[in-house]
Design a protein around this ligand. Sequence first.
Ligand code: GLP
Length: 250
Amino acid sequence: MQITEVKNYDEMSKKASEIIMKRIQDLPKPVLGLATGSTPEGMYKELVQVYVDGKISFSNTTTYNLDEYIGLPREDKNSYRFYMNDRLFSHVDISKEQTNVPNGMAKDLKEECNDYEESIKKSGGIDVQVLGIGVNGHIGFNEPGTSFQTATHVVNLAPSTIQANARFFESEKDVPKQAITMGIQSIMKSKEILLLISGAKKADAVYQLLHGEVSEVFPASILQQHPNVHLIADEAALSKVKENGMRSLR
Ligand code: GLP
């Protein structure tokens, strides 16, 4: 795993956007895997800016988002489809047909999951997958205990995830209890993974990610086995790793 330490959230966002910009410039038909949450927001802002500055075009880009809540219509401001339109898609030259977010309102959710997986395959696979991490080590919405063999599937959200995401909703009881997520296997198939982690509240997760054993108890640990992961983390997120590194040097 390649690790880049940056000072803070803004630097992480800038660095990440530069990498994505380069892939968009270099690949004839880039396929991006995208994430939601607070972590990539700054990166999307930067990407909109480089687009406005005329440095990139998204016209050949296809995107697949990691996950979506079940039961929220696309117009709901808490749906990940709304988030993506609002933070990126509506501000750049990408046609909505090239953007894919699982449909959490699908009548047949299983079929939706299979179709999503099939569509990723047809696109040629994800060139670069942007990832954040949950405090419990979830990636996408693959909660602790999820088999490493999963493709896109329906999940029950862990209580800690519902709690962590309640900040976006009026109250905790409004947070959906289920979601569709790309599976660990779908994520691991990406050719490159750009993992973004910021803030002291993720320090334990980063420590476990880098020093813990590879186990389904901590889903992100599987990334240790991916051949092309680039972690961009800020000082606060790396604080526990560095503290323990220093202790072992003493
Ligand atoms: C959410 C998303 C994840 C995201 C994680 C961390 O539940 N499903 O894809 O990485 O939580 O979110 P944040 O970046 O807001 O800390």
